[in-house]
Design a protein around this ligand. Structure first.
Ligand code: NAP
Length: 487
């Protein structure tokens, strides 16, 4: 195998639209640039689809739907399994590609490739476990036959923060269920998805089942696809703001929707917690993906008895993290995605300090090129600060102190978001009580990472609708059909 270099991994990707099993330029010939957020340098140009390209992709998905739905589930699963093997065999080059377009350190990109691949392995196993039912009707004479069928052509939209895993978390169940799809990756990170499309084609996915449309005009391409009416499903991962808009658009043709939206995760540490474990969990929950994760701990609430010691230890750990380009050895904190992200983090920190919060470490950008912000710990953060209400999406840990369990729960639930919450306590009754009362779709109980392809991932309140992964993940792409039988 030839050596994996930065230019070779970018070179290896076909930077065109993938429609009906063929690579094709945008009809207009337009392209848009993809940049390295650590340097600001342009890595390459990628085909820039317009609405007509999007509709051509939908045509391909619609044409392929009937044959694909009839494809043996075992073969659908085997395609996913081959794609899993290919992803793992090419983990190193795909990780480098991801780091170049998104910025996260190589170790985290390797982790994401493995996490992404695991969705294919999981749904390869689920493809052959789509169940149904046969029952006697209450009157004793009729029979109920219940079967599950693919929803149909699906629109998949993914964000830039996990450029591959947010795609496989949708493609895996869609393929397993027998749905065809048009996927639109984020403008800032299209390369991982384009590489993935070739891997799926090489694994034997029939033409037209997966179509990839890259564009700098998300709204202009996606809205006509939603309003067209032939797509039957939208699965979206991204901000709550865009999710709301897409839900309105989907109402028109009553599309099925899955929404994985923003978060504002509380991280509760009680006096009786194992402090070492809590600090370790805090580092994971805060710093995974440079803080640019929907599951990122956004607000730390620490009980008074251990608050100073927790803040001291967290500050020690955060201030020691090596910052730099994700391709460099030992780097743990890469750049944020763009200048706007750095500016937003800076504004949130400034707002908190103006309201009385104290900066224990960080609180500033890094000189030089790239979108870097220093790992930051704030204490004494007032609950009405913007940072306590908005998704930070950066390496900042705001700490507030509480006295009672009731007070902690009230603060934790005082948000329109409800994706995940973290709880650290060694009291088993409190652990279960607090976990049950947190208004979130997921809880990290004495652990700082919840994501697992075999578990149901998703939020409540304005963090979303539906679940991805686990045994329920495939249901998002299946319709239940009931056949009333007269004997
Ligand atoms: P975003 O701005 O909402 O974008 C997400 C995707 O939607 C991108 O592909 C984007 O395309 C597209 N998009 C933007 N405007 C659109 C429109 N009018 N019509 C159709 N598509 C549109 O979010 P982001 O900044 O990429 O990602 C960060 C957000 O995602 C955070 O809020 C984070 O919490 C959330 N997230 C949630 C989960 C979860 O599982 N709950 C996981 C990861 C991320 P362009 O890139 O071309 O604008």
């Amino acid at each position: 195998m030839s050596a994996v270099t930065e230019s070779s991994v970018v070179e290896a990707v076909t930077k065109e639209l993938f429609i009906g099993g063929k690579w094709t330029p945008a009809a207009s010939g337009a392209t848009f640039p993809v940049s390295d957020p650590a340097t600001g340098e342009v890595l390459c140009e990628v085909a820039d689809a317009s609405a007509s390209d999007g509709l051509a992709a939908l045509d391909a998905a619609v044409s392929a739907q009937a044959d694909w739905a009839a494809h043996p589930p075992r073969e659908r699963g085997e395609i996913l399994r081959r794609a899993y093997d290919a992803l793992m065999a090419r983990q190193e080059e795909l990780a480098l590609l991801m780091t170049l377009e998104m910025g996260k350190p190589l170790a985290e990109s390797r982790g994401e490739v493995a996490y992404a691949a695991e969705f294919f392995r999981w749904f390869a196993e689920e493809a052959v476990r789509i169940d149904g039912g046969y029952a006697v009707a209450p009157n004793g004479t009729g029979r109920f036959l219940v079967t599950k069928q693919p929803v149909g052509p699906s629109l998949l939209i993914t964000p830039w923060n996990f450029p591959m895993a947010m795609g496989t978390r949708k493609i895996g169940p869609a393929v397993a269920a027998g749905c065809t799809m048009v996927i639109k990756p984020a403008e800032q990170t299209p390369l991982s998805m384009l590489a993935l499309a070739q891997i799926l084609a090489d694994a034997g996915l029939p033409d037209g089942v997966l179509n990839v449309v890259t564009t700098s005009d998300a709204g202009g391409v996606v809205e006509p696809l939603i309003r067209d009416g032939r797509a039957r499903k939208l699965s979206f991962t991204g901000s709550t703001q865009v999710g709301r808009l897409l839900l309105e658009q989907c109402a028109d043709k009553v599309l099925r929707t899955s929404m994985e939206l923003g978060g504002n995760a509380p991280f509760l540490v009680f006096d009786d917690a194992d402090l070492d474990a809590a600090v370790e969990g805090a580092m994971q929950a805060k710093m995974r993906n440079i803080g640019e994760a929907c599951t990122a701990a956004n607000r730390f609430y620490v009980q008074r008895g251990i608050a100073d010691e927790f803040a001291r230890r967290l500050t020690e750990r955060m201030s020691a993290l090596p910052i730099g380009r994700g391709t460099e050895d030992g780097v743990v904190v890469g750049p944020l995605i763009d200048e706007a992200a750095v500016a937003k983090v800076g504004e949130l920190v400034q707002d908190a300090t103006q309201r009385g919060a104290e900066v224990l470490t960080g609180g500033a950008t890094v000189d030089g090129p790239g979108n870097f912000y220093r790992p930051t710990v704030l204490t004494g953060v007032p609950t009405d600060s913007r940072i306590a209400r908005e998704e930070i999406f950066g390496p900042v840990a705001p700490i507030s102190v509480f006295d009672t369990e009731e007070e902690a729960l009230a603060a934790a639930n005082d948000t329109e978001y409800g994706l995940v919450g973290y709880v650290y306590t060694n009291d088993v009754k409190r652990a279960l009580r607090v976990s049950e009362r947190l208004e979130t779709g997921m809880v990290g109980l004495n652990q700082g990472i919840v994501s697992n392809p075999a578990a149901p991932f998703g939020g409540v309140k304005q963090s979303g609708l539906g679940r991805e992964g686990g045994t329920v993940g495939i249901d998002e792409f299946l319709e239940t059909k009931y056949i009333a039988v007269s004997l």
